[in-house]
Design a protein around this ligand. Sequence first.
Ligand SMILES: Cc1cc2nc3c(=O)[nH]c(=O)nc-3n(C[C@H](O)[C@H](O)[C@H](O)COP(=O)(O)OP(=O)(O)OC[C@H]3O[C@@H](n4cnc5c(N)ncnc54)[C@H](O)[C@@H]3O)c2cc1C
Length: 272
Amino acid sequence: MEGRGKLRSIEELCDAVRSAERVRIIGSARRSGFLPSWDGAILSLSSLSGVIAHDVADQVVEVWAGTGVQELQEELGRHGQCLPLASGVPLAVSQQYGTVGGLLATNLPHALSAQCGGPRDWTLGMTVVRTDGTIAKCGSKAVKSVAGYDAHKLFVGSRGTLCAIAKVILRTLPTRALPDHQVELFGSDEPKFVARTLRTDYESTKASAGRLVAADPASCTIWGLDEPPLPVGAWMLGPRGAIKRQEQPNNLEASSRTVFDPGGKLAPGWQE
Ligand SMILES: Cc1cc2nc3c(=O)[nH]c(=O)nc-3n(C[C@H](O)[C@H](O)[C@H](O)COP(=O)(O)OP(=O)(O)OC[C@H]3O[C@@H](n4cnc5c(N)ncnc54)[C@H](O)[C@@H]3O)c2cc1C
């Protein structure tokens, strides 16, 4: 927590979460523009970093959540592997930084989403610290695991609202197998809005979306500087964590918080 010094172990993380009254979990805070304002305590996991184990033959890597995405890509690259994020596509000025935990917890679209899936697809398992300070593990290094619940799928995209992600097990891809992306680039500004539409509405939404930064016809995703119009079935994430969805309310998020953070300890990750 700010003022407590850097975390050096998962035990220190457990203590910090257990003793916190209300707290926002962060990695390196590169995505704070997409989060609601928060004046309370902050707990950064960026010092819990490093590769724990990389099974090159099985294409599976376990890392501390505070590991830099760039640092992990460089380490995997030494073995001809990577996480399938297209480098050189300026979807965010901050993309050279940020942690693996932040990447998973935000679960935003990226340039190869349509071709290679997203962080939820690459995540095989996690070790997390729950709001009462206890450690929980889910998933495993096996790509096909049948034991227990796939709770890590729920934690991907949970934006720091359900637990602190301490370690993650990820599937990697051979770099030579990376497909070409189809993203059209219109500028290099940091996007303020990310929106995804149904395929039938993609072209019309893009045409009326104002100033565009990028657009991906393969995943029907639009990154821009102005709030786009939202047809039925679309969603949008904007400044300060503003989320709009033209669909039925998602009760899973509310019910997950009731189970994993009954005391409301963790900072909100978005505002409807
Ligand atoms: C080459 C490259 C390409 C990239 N391409 C993309 C891209 O196309 N799209 C994209 O979205 N990102 C991309 N990234 C990654 C991105 O820039 C950041 O890594 C990440 O999105 C934010 O990390 P952060 O640590 O700054 O998160 P923060 O801003 O600190 O946190 C973001 C959210 O995650 C939560 N969070 C952070 N850490 C944890 C944790 N350990 N446990 C629980 N919750 C946590 C926070 O509460 C917050 O809600 C790329 C990175 C690289 C290096």
